[in-house]
Design a protein around this ligand. Structure first.
Ligand code: ADP
Length: 906
């Protein structure tokens, strides 16, 4: 800020210097006078001293000027006194020369006048300067005030805006209303609008308009201060709460109101919320049985108690809750001293109060109360108030009591549990979260022979060396899973024997879910384990049986689809992994060919009956026909529900093929028998002729005899009848013979074809293979290779060879001491014939029988027909060959036949 620089009088600033001025000025004047008087005449002393006085008056003011006059007079006097030299000592200085008096007086008067004038002039100038400075200062102050005012107005406007309050003025007589900018904003009116009472009413909420009107009327009528709250209805439909207050001033122009209008909507809302939260607080205090209070130490009474306190202490009214005695009356006598002591300590130590005690309510019930208080100190550190709460902790107290008794109960249970743990026939153990064991019950200690101090190290060592690794891996897995788990291992007993145990572990977790330890049991499963082993052994045994008795094992589900099948199914050329999910009839190859068989099989399956030796065909994966025989048993679960079949399967392809071969053989044999029968016809012809001839001869003889009996003079009818009856019998006999022959002759004639005789021999040998084995005969063949073909009937020639082989086998049947050896040979004969011989080591041919062997009906066997060799010879001869028999050099006989080679091959 600029300050005007005014020169203050020297006397005002430097008192002593002001008086130096006259001394100096007069001295200067004196020196000047002396100098002047020395050089000039008349003497100028008067003027110079006057100048000194003027100078002093101007520079130093009136006081110093008067002092200058005094000094000047002295100098003047000294100057006047002779000699006329100022700078010599004058004895006559004080000798006044009255003639000089007028000069001195004159000088004094002039000096005084001049001094006064100059001082006055100087003072006036000084006063003027000061006035100017003051004016300037005042102007600056004004400017500052203006700026401040401007700022204040800005602040005010801003403040009004911020606190939602506007100001207004109302000159009643002129009906003029002034609104601040914020007032316009509160009313939601354009600031360009001129505010009127009508406008105010218009903005007012319809419900409050009457009240506002009444207030205006009262203000107009009484002219006093007013204050009221009402609502505004804003153009957007919202409602604003405003609070208006005005101060009335009486002016020359009548009553004038100046006031403020504040938007209290937010405040109202806050109030509402406050009221709400107060009610919540009261409610929560009520619900939590908590009350609050404030004790004033100086007034020695409660200055505040919440409503709940009345309820808590069973007071009849709030006033009662303000008196200390009322509380003391409620507190049980035995608890009162401790309450008093706790309170005393809180005041003395200036510490929080926390005390629990019991009170007895008027209805006789007892409540447990916890009182907590906090001391409030004044600036000097004196406790002036204690504020706090009372909480009804009756329920907590009861809960605590129950908890304590529950703890007691738990303790008892624990003891009981310990007893149980130590007496149950199970080993109980506990391990830390890291898996290290730290507890074993008595049973476990007794079993292993350990003492508590050895558990950590020796419990793991008590496991069987073979089980340790597996046990460690499983135990780690269980712990890592954090879930209940079990494992089986052998544990060493104190006597060094091992027994199988089932170890089960369960984690114990804390509240945050962390595993704090593992609890576990170990159950002796030695017996079970042994049973299990024997069961496994038995299962293995039965599996062996099953696998020996069958090629593979299978299982099907309730839908008869394969669920399991052993890998031996590959014996029939099927892949095991392809079969599950497939039914039997989906792999079978004969479902269409044998519908009835399959229908019956599926009926059996659907009825859940067992089945045995069901045979069916399969085309296997390599496309070959195979045959399977299977047997199955239905399986039911514990509730008797059918769950499928279990069974075995066998590859019977070979035996089926053998059967088929056998059937072929049987067929061949049947055909052979037939041929034999036919061939026999030729042989039988003679005997038939004989047989038929004989009855025919008898018929003729008897018929002739009968004629004779009738032709007699006296016919002998009885004899004739007898003869005729014989005729009939003989006829019947002949007819029987014929019928038998006809029955034998139903097969067609022989068919000849080109034949490989070796092949015929081979086929015949195959047909008697069974007989050879049965009779323990060793067969040797020497068949000449690349024999030419013959022309003949395959079946008849087979019949010949079979007959020879069978005869040889039968001839060796009685042998006991030597081997039964049979040799079949084929060879080319010398004369374009092929020779087949059958040599045995049998009984041989006796000389007497040698010529009869080929006769029909010659036999040495009890059940023999004696037709074989004769038929053979007939067949051979029918083929253009011949047949012979001879005794061997050694034991046995040789039968052979020769057949002509087919002419084209000769
Ligand atoms: P059967 O065999 O019914 O007796 P065969 O005509 O086949 O009729 O045989 C006639 C007889 O020839 C036989 O009873 C037997 O005494 C004799 N015989 C046949 N083959 C031999 C043989 N290999 N060794 C010794 N005797 C034989």
């Amino acid at each position: 800020m600029m300050r005007s620089e005014s020169r203050p009088p020297l006397s005002a600033t430097h008192g002593w210097f002001a008086y130096a001025v006259p001394i100096l000025s007069v001295a200067i004047a004196t020196v000047a006078t002396a100098i002047m008087s020395y050089f000039f005449t008349p003497e100028p002393i008067g003027l110079l001293l006057l100048s000194a006085v003027i100078a002093t008056a101007w520079l130093a003011g009136l006081g110093p000027a008067l002092f200058a006059i005094l000094l000047a007079l002295t100098v003047f006097q000294y100057n006047i006194a002779p000699p006329a030299n100022l700078f010599v000592w004058k004895q006559t200085f004080f000798e006044v020369n009255f003639s000089e008096a007028p000069r001195l007086v004159m000088f004094t008067i002039v000096s005084l006048i001049v001094s006064f004038v100059i001082t006055a002039q100087s003072s006036a100038t000084e006063a003027l300067r000061r006035s100017r400075d003051d004016l300037q200062t005042a102007l600056e102050g004004l400017r500052r005030t203006e700026t401040a005012l401007l700022k204040t107005e800005t602040y005010l406007t801003e403040a009004q805006r911020l606190n939602q309050s506007g100001s207004f003025g109302w000159k009643v007589s002129r009906g003029e209303i002034f609104w601040s900018e914020q007032a316009f904003r509160i009313f939601g009116v354009d600031p360009a609008t001129t505010p009127t009472l009508e406008l105010i009413l218009q903005c007012t909420h319809p419900d409050d308009r009457a009240a506002v009107q009444a207030m205006i009327d009262r203000a107009l009528r009484d002219g006093g201060d007013f204050e009221h709250q009402y609502r505004l209805l804003m153009p957007d439909g919202s409602v604003k709460h405003v609070h208006a207050m005005a101060h009335a001033t009486e002016t020359a122009s009548g009553t004038e109101f100046v006031g403020a209008v504040t938007d209290v909507t937010a405040t109202r809302e806050v109030e509402r919320k406050l009221r709400l939260s107060e009610s919540y607080l009261a409610e929560s205090q009520h619900l939590s049985h908590t009350s609050s209070w404030a004790w004033d130490q100086r007034q020695k009474e409660f200055v505040y108690t919440s409503n709940e306190i009345v309820h808590l202490f069973g007071f009849e009214q709030v006033e009662e809750s303000r008196r200390l005695k009322a509380y003391r009356d409620r507190i049980l006598d035995e608890d009162l001293p401790s309450v008093k002591e706790a309170t005393r300590r809180a005041f003395i130590n200036k510490t929080d109060l926390n005390v629990t005690y019991r009170i007895r309510l008027p209805d006789g019930s007892v409540k447990h109360i916890q009182t907590v208080g906090h001391p409030v100190l004044d600036s000097e550190g004196t406790v002036i108030q204690l504020v706090g709460t009372n909480v009804d902790i009756t329920e907590q107290h009861e809960a605590k009591e129950k908890l304590i008794s529950a703890f007691d109960e738990i303790k008892r249970s624990q003891d009981h549990l310990q007893l149980v743990t130590d007496t149950i026939p199970i080993l109980v153990w506990r391990a830390r979260a890291d898996g290290v064991p730290d507890f074993l019950n008595k049973q476990a200690l007794d079993f292993t022979g350990l003492v508590p101090g050895e558990i950590e190290l020796d419990w793991p060592r008590a496991f069987h060396p073979h089980d340790k690794k597996d046990m460690y891996v499983k135990w780690t897995t269980i712990r890592e899973s954090g879930k209940r788990g079990s494992l089986e291992a052998r544990l060493r007993r104190f006597d060094g024997t091992y027994r199988w145990f089932l170890f089960e572990a369960e984690p114990l977790r804390d509240q945050t879910g962390n595993i704090v330890s593992w609890y576990g049991s170990a159950t002796d499963i030695e017996d079970r384990k042994l049973a299990e082993l024997s069961l496994r052994e038995s299962e293995r045994r039965f599996r062996d049986y099953a696998e020996t008795a069958s090629d593979w094992l299978w299982e099907t589900g309730p839908d008869h689809r394969i669920t399991r099948i052993s890998e031996h199914i590959n014996v029939v050329g099927l892949t095991r992994s392809h079969l599950p999910g497939i039914t039997r009839w989906e792999v079978a190859s004969d479902v269409e060919a044998e519908p009835e068989k399959w229908r019956r099989h599926r009926e059996t399956l659907d009825a859940h009956w067992p089945f045995r030796d069901f045979v069916y065909g399969i085309i296997n994966e390599s496309g070959s026909q195979v045959y399977v025989r299977t047997s199955g048993k239905p399986v039911f679960d514990a509730e008797g529900l059918f769950i499928g079949y279990r069974g075995t399967g066998n590859d019977i392809t070979a035996s089926i093929r053998a059967d088929q071969a056998e059937q072929a053989l049987r067929k061949a044999q049947a055909e052979l028998a037939h041929v034999t029968r036919v061939t026999m016809l030729g042989e039988l012809t003679a005997s038939i002729a004989h047989e038929v001839n004989q009855p025919l001869a008898a018929v003729v003889a008897n018929a002739e005899a009968s004629l004779r009996w009738l032709n007699r003079e006296t016919p002998d009818l009885a004899a004739a009848r007898r003869s005729i009856e014989w005729v009939v019998n003989d006829g019947c006999r002949a007819s029987d013979v014929i019928r038998r022959v006809r029955a034998l002759a139903t097969k067609s004639d022989i068919e000849t074809a080109r034949l490989n005789l070796n092949q015929v021999v081979d086929e015949a040998i195959k047909l008697v293979e069974r007989e050879l084995i049965k009779n323990d005969v060793s067969l040797q063949t020497e068949l000449a290779p690349s024999l030419p073909e013959i022309l003949g009937d395959r079946v008849q020639l087979q019949q010949v060879i079979i007959n020879l082989l069978m005869n040889a086998i039968e001839a060796m049947e009685p042998l006991t001491g030597r081997p039964r050896e049979l040799l079949v040979r084929s060879a080319s004969g010398d004369t374009g014939q092929l020779i087949v011989s059958v040599t045995d080591s049998g009984v041989g041919i006796s000389a007497e029988n040698a010529n009869r062997l080929f006769n029909a009906f010659f036999t040495t066997k009890s059940s023999g027909l004696g037709m074989g060799l004769s038929i053979c010879r007939s067949i051979v001869e029918a083929h253009g060959g011949r047949m012979s028999a001879s005794s061997n050099e050694g034991p046995g006989a040789t039968f052979q036949f020769a057949l002509p080679i087919h002419q084209e091959d000769v």
